[in-house]
Design a protein around this ligand. Structure first.
Ligand code: GTP
Ligand code: MG
Length: 381
């Protein structure tokens, strides 16, 4: 007999989960929503998720929500679907802090969340939680490439399939990054998504600049039951292939130098070194992100497209003689090639800048076949 963990809650906790493809803006958006919830005097907890250890997202979330009293837990070495029990364990750790809202970010290569995570939670812990509408964030460039096939992609068809399946199980599809689009293009993309996903909620936001975020939050807090758009069917072989074409690298590196080094220059140089190396392989980027941390402060870089400039955010760290670097790369490349690129970029940087990059941990692989612990393919409210 399977014994389910019992969860103790003082009140029903609202679950705000937002998924979506790699780099669509989930972490940025959820952290921005968390700040708004805290301004409304709600207590918030946050759960990140990844296929491996050493998560950039956990550090970024902690930095973005610094001093706001948000407990952050991470589920590693598999998506929430495949690590259901670990998810519940981490939820339990957050419940100790008596949250009103628990936010969760499934890893960007994940789909079938409603059948594998939301429905089992609804059945087992009916009185403990209430799901807000499940949001799927989409990046405009990915919509054009993976949904509308208007622009070239080096990802295979299976990745488009995964992208469309993610959208299909959304209660609300959230077109993010609209600060990058003229109004006309926002309307055109919304119309195209609406046509392809009839009956689903649709919003347009800029998580970065705040446009549309209050309206989205109102919808999430409306009390409307959420996470109830279960996929009626999904081909796990195609889903697995979409994940398996990605090289997935997580590394933890100690950076040190006899003479303090300029951290901003280090971050810029590492980002362009990696970008140039990936360009020579014509390797489609899902998301390349890294964060340099010292004394509880962090600066990070993100790259979601081979051709665009890396974005650099976080706090200024100035000149340091020691820092921790965490690198997360999800790229369409064989894992061995990706690992070589990252190791070579760090070596070049060491040689040119007089810094020592000591790799403390490095995992590089293709995600394994997704094997959710539970699948409940029923419509549950
Ligand atoms: N211009 C713009 N950029 C954004 C917006 N939201 C997020 N970004 C950028 O998009 C990149 C990816 O953002 P993340 O929040 O890390 O995306 P994610 O979906 O959490 O990524 P993964 O967890 O790796 O799947 C970062 O460079 C963000 O600064 C937005 O509204 N506008
Ligand atoms: Mg993220």
């Amino acid at each position: 007999m399977v014994v389910h963990r019992k969860l103790t809650v003082k009140k029903t906790v609202k679950l705000i989960f937002a998924g979506g493809f790699l780099g669509s803006g989930k972490t940025t958006a959820l952290a921005a929503l968390a700040k708004r919830l805290i301004e409304r005097r709600l207590r918030v907890g946050f759960i990140t998720n990844d296929q491996s250890e050493n998560l950039v997202d956990t550090i970024i979330v902690k930095q973005m929500l610094k001093e706001l009293g948000v407990p952050v837990e991470e589920v590693v070495k598999g998506c929430f679907c495949c690590k259901f029990d670990e998810l519940i364990e981490h939820v339990e750790k957050i419940l100790v802090h008596d949250p009103d809202v628990l936010m969760g970010e499934p890893v960007g290569s994940c789909t079938d969340f409603v059948a594998a995570v939301a429905n089992p939670i609804k059945i087992r812990y009916q009185n403990a939680f209430r799901f807000a509408p499940f949001s799927i964030l989409v990046d405009p460039d990915r919509v054009r490439a993976l949904m509308l096939s208007e622009t070239k992609t080096r990802f295979p068809e299976e990745v488009s399939y995964l992208f469309r399946k993610q959208m299909e199980e959304a209660d609300i599809i959230v077109l993010n990054k609209i600060d990058l689009l003229p109004d006309q293009e926002i309307h055109r993309l919304l119309a195209a998504i609406g046509k392809s996903c009839p009956g689903q909620g649709l919003m347009a936001v800029s998580a970065k600049e705040g446009t549309g975020m209050n309206a989205w939050l109102e919808t999430l807090l409306s009390g409307r039951p959420g996470a109830n758009t279960v996929l009626s069917q999904i081909d796990y072989d195609r889903y697995a292939t979409a994940e398996a074409v990605l090289g997935w690298l997580n590394a933890a590196v100690t950076v040190s130098a006899r003479n303090p080094f300029d951290t901003r220059e280090f971050v810029h140089t590492l980002a362009s070194e990696l970008q140039e190396a990936l360009k020579t392989k014509d390797a489609e980027i899902g998301h390349l992100k890294f964060v340099i941390t010292s004394g509880g402060k962090s600066m990070w870089a993100n790259l979601t497209h081979l051709a665009s400039a890396p974005s650099i955010n976080g706090e200024q760290l100035g000149r340091l003689s020691r820092a921790t670097l965490i690198v997360n790369a999800r790229v369409r490349l064989e894992p061995e090639e990706l690992e070589t690129i990252v190791r070579d970029a760090l070596s070049r940087l060491s040689a040119a800048r007089g810094v020592r990059c000591e790799i403390d941990d490095l995992q590089c692989f293709s995600p394994a076949y997704p094997e959710p612990v539970h699948i409940i393919r029923e419509h549950l409210t």
